[in-house]
Design a protein around this ligand. Structure first.
Ligand code: PRX
Length: 631
């Protein structure tokens, strides 16, 4: 697909083309893909309901664009390059031809278990090729995949399965993560005690650890695939049929299922990948995310495959066997585009430059970052030590809800400024508004980041609850999508993302609602109430600071902390463990009973002298106790 922009002046003219005529622009981009039937209207939208539809009545199957269309010219090109958790194990290269074969078999396997178009399929899997294959197999038959990151607990998995009423779960016996193994199937078994909707469980052998087995419900992946035909015609999908659901946390309630649809998501995933990463035909591209997050969906699976790229999947972790693992892989596979998160960069910085310098990183052409604001020090280190001061950095800002990268440089073509994501992609119309909803038009300002016009991969709804989608994203500022982020725009119009302005915290690039963690903590039997805030953390970006009130005086604080942590691990997963737990006798509340989080944040940030006005508190004495007991 030759929609790759090749210079900054071309970028500027594409931006003008897109703003003069958004529909004409996106229609010309969509023309690069194969459609079974062309759309008859490009866009229908309003941000009040909201109702956004792109490429109306267009018919397609995204897997034909990811796989079939490449067979003529790239049949033997590696589509997925898989690197094991263990450095001494062989990598696996799956060509486009082989991917076609494997996806067809998996699609037929799903069909043989009764899965049909529109059904929801839950994927709870390690970073093995079968995860990508399962994603594509769902898309092939029009089933809606809901990938749940394999670090979530049985309870979190059960909540997501039930919310989407999935009737099948695909998993593995276990997974490897560095030196650890996790018994995934056992977690699924536990979750399913709460899920009557699930009729089948498909299990890929990965660790070969023994598993409990429920006949008639559980099937081995390999045995099922052996029986399948390798031909599976692609289901015809409407542009606006859902492609997947992906759960993400917001400031209130349980995580919500963000829904993306087939046509618009495809158009934007492929377009943004080609342009941000400036992928060339022979390149090896590596995104270190997990497919359990949106980054993995769009920039490990769909975006690269739509472009006929070689995309790498890594099963392991950056710091095992040591902090040189990423760099050894870059050298081994001569990786050209490398895309990771600030938290990984910060963790690897602590391992020292020698560890990076052991490997030859001269293949790198673009290095990217995503998921949270990158601090100056990490940006400079990435640029100098990994990028040898010459490889361009793309700091890509986007969200689960945006489906693809919204603000970022395009490879080496865009001006670069440390910690700034930069300019929006063509067709993206960000703006800054005041808390009162007034657009700020001048430069050199800070404000709340909104988007004024729909783009093809914008969230369509939150699964099963459209009202929640409206309230969360479209009700704060009339006629705009509100991102939940604050941003700065410099004199030249470049954007720097400051971070969330709502009760969402970003811990190692993982998104949590503070309410979600509080609800988990409150399940502990001796906890009466809790309040969670984020605070700056050297490696994680933000750490989790929990203030808790117990129903009786605690004698063994260590044990109490362990019990609370265990409850969070049980309810959400180890990724949501609080970093600090402070026992308090009361929380700072206003007379109307609202917790003043500003105060808790300041204490957690170690700035108790900057609490501001506390006169509206019901009991200002509470604050003194909190300040005294702070960590
Ligand atoms: O706060 C922003 C932050 O991550 C949030 C979205 O999280 P999630 O939906 O999990 O998606 C992460 C991967 C796309 C945003 O609201 N964020 C994401 N990218 C950046 C960022 N903050 C600063 N700079 C970024 N490049």
């Amino acid at each position: 697909m030759n929609f790759k922009i090749k210079s900054f002046s071309e970028y500027e003219s594409e931006c003008n083309r897109a703003s003069d005529n958004p529909e004409g622009f996106w229609s010309s981009i969509a023309d690069h893909y194969s459609w079974q039937q062309k759309w008859d209207q490009v866009l229908d939208w309003n941000f009040t309901e909201p109702n956004v539809k792109w490429f109306l009545n267009g018919k397609l199957n995204i897997t034909e664009n990811c796989i079939d269309r490449h067979l003529a010219e790239r049949a033997d090109k590696t589509a997925i390059l898989w690197e094991s958790n263990f450095p001494d194990r062989d990598s696996e290269a799956i060509t486009y031809q082989q991917l076609h074969y494997k996806v067809a078999k998996a699609a037929n396997g799903l069909k043989s278990l009764g899965v049909k178009k529109g059904d929801r399929v839950c994927l709870y899997m390690p970073m093995i090729p079968e995860l990508a294959i399962a994603v594509l197999a769902c898309a092939r038959i029009g089933a809606i995949h809901s990938v749940v990151f394999a670090g979530f607990s049985a309870q979190a998995l059960a909540d997501r399965i039930n919310d989407a009423t999935c009737n099948i779960v695909i998993t593995s016996d276990g997974l490897y993560r560095g030196a650890k193994t996790v018994a995934l199937k056992a977690i699924v078994d536990l979750a399913l005690e709460q899920c009557t909707c699930v009729k089948s469980v498909l299990v890929k052998k990965c660790t070969s650890d023994p598993v409990a087995w429920e006949g008639g419900r559980d099937y081995w992946w390999d045995e099922l695939m052996d029986q399948q035909s390798a031909s599976c015609p692609a289901e015809q999908m409407d542009s606006e049929d859902p492609l997947f659901i992906l759960y993400t946390s917001g400031s209130t309630g349980k995580p919500k299922g963000v829904v993306h649809t087939c046509g618009g998501y495809m158009v934007y995933a492929g377009y943004s990948f080609a342009n941000v990463f400036q992928y060339d035909e022979e390149d090896v591209y590596w995104c270190t995310a997990d497919i359990g997050w949106i980054t993995g969906h769009t920039y490990i699976v769909y975006g690269p495959l739509l472009n006929g790229a070689t995309t790498m999947m890594f099963e392991g972790v950056p710091t095992w066997p040591d902090g040189g693992r990423f760099w050894e892989i870059v050298e081994k596979h001569k990786v050209n585009q490398f895309y990771t998160a600030p938290t990984a960069i910060r963790a690897l910085m602590t391992c020292g430059e020698e560890v990076v310098n052991r490997s030859n990183l001269s293949s790198l052409k673009v290095i990217g970052t995503v998921g949270e604001p990158i601090n100056h020090e990490a940006w400079e280190w990435y640029k100098r030590v990994v990028g040898d001061n010459k490889v361009p950095i793309v700091d890509t800002w986007w969200q689960t809800e945006t489906g693809g990268i919204m603000i970022s440089g395009l490879g080496g073509h865009s001006p670069q400024k440390a910690t700034f994501a930069g300019y929006p992609l063509p067709g993206i119309q960000p703006c800054l508004v005041t808390p009162e909803g007034k657009e700020i038009t001048e430069n050199g300002v800070e404000g709340l980041l909104c988007i004024k016009h729909p783009w093809p991969s914008i969230i369509r709804t939150t699964y099963g609850d459209h009202e929640r989608c409206r309230v969360t994203y479209f009700s704060s500022f009339e006629g705009m999508y509100f991102t939940g982020d604050g941003a700065r725009r410099d004199e030249n119009g470049m954007y720097r993302i400051i971070g969330r302005v709502d009760d969402v915290i970003n811990v190692s690039g993982h998104r949590f609602g503070t309410a979600e963690i509080e609800n988990a903590i409150n399940e502990t039997d001796f906890i009466v109430e809790s309040a969670v805030v984020g605070y700056p953390h050297d490696i994680k970006g933000q750490g989790i600071y929990a203030y808790v009130i117990c129903d009786k005086p605690i004698s063994d604080f260590d044990q109490a902390r362990k019990d609370i942590t265990a409850m969070v691990v049980q309810e959400i997963g180890p990724i949501a463990k609080p970093d600090k737990i402070q026992f308090v006798v009361g929380l700072p509340k206003t007379r109307s009973g609202k917790i003043m989080r500003r105060i808790l944040r300041k204490v957690a940030e170690g700035e108790p002298d900057k609490l501001g006005d506390t006169s509206t508190l019901l009991d200002p004495a509470v604050v003194e106790d909190i300040v005294k007991g702070a960590h």
